[in-house]
Design a protein around this ligand. Structure first.
Ligand code: SF4
Length: 210
């Protein structure tokens, strides 16, 4: 393992943990960045933003969405008991954005918030250098997969994309956000697409860099 890369990632993680950009900009009342992982991880999950449970616990994917995500990955052959140790967990914005003003669920981070946090994400990717990145939700796919914005979620989910993220070719697998808020997952045809996407993810099983 490259000691310099380990040290650089540790410095980046310290900077993220201390970040208050969105508080200073008036977007958040409180910053509480949630992420988890180390430089040896080979596989990365990029979500949209932490939910309220993660905000309180400090542990990514500790709410209902995390329960469904674990179920998906267990179905793809990943050991749910090692879920938190096997992946590098990060997101487009790393602090809980708060509840949505209207309707159920959490507020989606604004484009301005995503832009403020983007340098953190780019630094994490550049230093972890994952071989596999699973994006969860529309915004995460749009942020990392070239051309995703012009594709429907149905066109994205079920496929894998090979993208040059600056250190080499990386496999990106877009999945929907595993929240129970949207109705997208109620359609059996969409759930079949999720299974196809998870089959791509499963090909990386056994090489987690735990
Ligand atoms: S969401 Fe990102 S940029 Fe905003 S305060 Fe949290 S860590 Fe900083």
């Amino acid at each position: 393992m490259d000691q310099e890369r380990i040290a650089q990632l540790a410095a980046v993680q310290c900077a993220i943990a201390a970040c208050v950009r969105c508080v200073d900009a008036g977007f958040l009342a409180e910053a509480n960045p949630i992420f988890r992982g180390h430089a040896a991880h080979r596989n990365m999950i990029v979500g949209q933003a932490p939910g309220p449970r993660a905000h309180l616990s400090g542990v990514p994917w500790s709410g209902a969405s995390g329960t469904l995500l674990r179920k998906w990955f267990a179905g793809a052959g990943f050991d749910p008991d090692h879920f938190l140790n096997d992946w590098y967990f990060t997101s487009l914005t790393k602090c809980f954005p708060g509840k949505a003003k209207h309707g159920a669920g959490d507020r989606a981070p604004s484009a301005a918030e995503r832009a403020l946090c983007r340098t953190h994400l780019d630094a994490e990717i550049a230093l972890v250098r994952p071989q596999l990145v699973v994006t969860l939700g529309r915004l995460a796919a749009d942020a990392l997969i070239p051309g995703a914005r012009s594709m429907t979620l149905r066109g994205l989910v079920g496929s894998s994309f090979t993208v040059d993220l600056g250190y080499g070719l990386v496999t990106l697998v877009p999945l929907p956000h595993p929240s129970g808020v949207g109705r997208w997952l109620n359609d059996p045809a969409n759930r079949a697409l999720v299974d196809r996407g998870l089959a791509h993810v499963a090909t990386f099983r056994g090489d987690e860099g735990r």
